[in-house]
Design a binder for this molecule. Structure first.
Ligand SMILES: [Zn+2]
Length: 225
């Protein structure tokens, strides 16, 4: 089974979720109000590539923002340990990159292939707006919410939305510039934490053992008094 891996070489969150930790809507959000959407800026203001997090197929391409919905071919292992089929929605790739990648419904991208790119479609600075949902892809892939963002527009969000930090496993080769403050599963960091805890646990066990031996000796001395 494939895992769902973070899809850029640099992680730089330039706009985070429009919901608080407890799920409540964050009305101070710029344009993600009520949504678990992320804007990814890549290394700098240029256009970084995005690489398929697993095997995916294009389900829909839409609008001036060049929104593209990708569905995973199979269930994938997510950062929270659950296995799911997923839908990814990404916005803002430029027309020439969309054409160069051959993005159209039915096009399959294999894990690790270039499948999207930062862009400015829809008159924005170069970035990728990204959302994750639970498969299957249904209807138009998204829905209009009843919440307006600070630009005065109703927020749209992907169907059956999930939190990206619970989905993407971040490889040790990803350079993290801004993680948005979320609890990403970072492969090696997590492994290091586990091995540190293991070492501390072993040390405590040894100390406990020494104390137990000490108590036995003290009890033996007390017996002779
Ligand atoms: Zn966005």
């Amino acid at each position: 089974m494939q895992a769902c891996r973070f899809f850029m070489e640099y992680m730089r969150v330039t706009q985070g979720y429009g919901r608080y930790e407890n799920g409540n809507t964050d009305y101070t959000s710029y344009s993600h109000t009520g949504s678990y959407a992320l804007d990814m800026g890549g290394r700098d203001t240029a256009k970084d590539w995005a690489y398929a997090p697993c095997d995916v197929v294009v389900k829909r391409v839409y609008g001036e923002y060049n929104a593209v919905w990708f569905e995973t071919l199979e269930e994938v292992l997510c950062a929270d340990g659950k296995k799911r089929k997923l839908v990814f929605m990404m916005l803002h790739i430029d027309n020439e990159d969309k054409q160069a990648l051959g993005i159209q419904p039915g096009k399959v991208f294999r894990f690790g292939e270039r499948f999207y790119r930062e862009g400015s479609a829809g008159e924005v600075g170069n970035h990728i707006h990204m959302e994750v949902g639970l498969a299957p892809f249904t209807g138009t892939g998204w829905q209009k919410t009843t919440v307006k963002d600070r630009t005065g527009n109703y927020v749209w969000k992907i169907n059956n939305q999930l939190k990206p930090d619970e989905i993407f496993i971040v490889g040790k080769d990803v350079i993290i510039m801004n993680d948005g403050g979320y609890d990403w599963y970072v492969e090696d960091k997590r492994d290091d934490k586990i091995s540190l805890l293991q070492k501390e646990n072993d040390l405590l066990k040894r100390q406990l053992n020494e104390y137990e031996q000490l108590i036995v000796r003290i009890e033996a001395i007390l017996d002779t008094l």
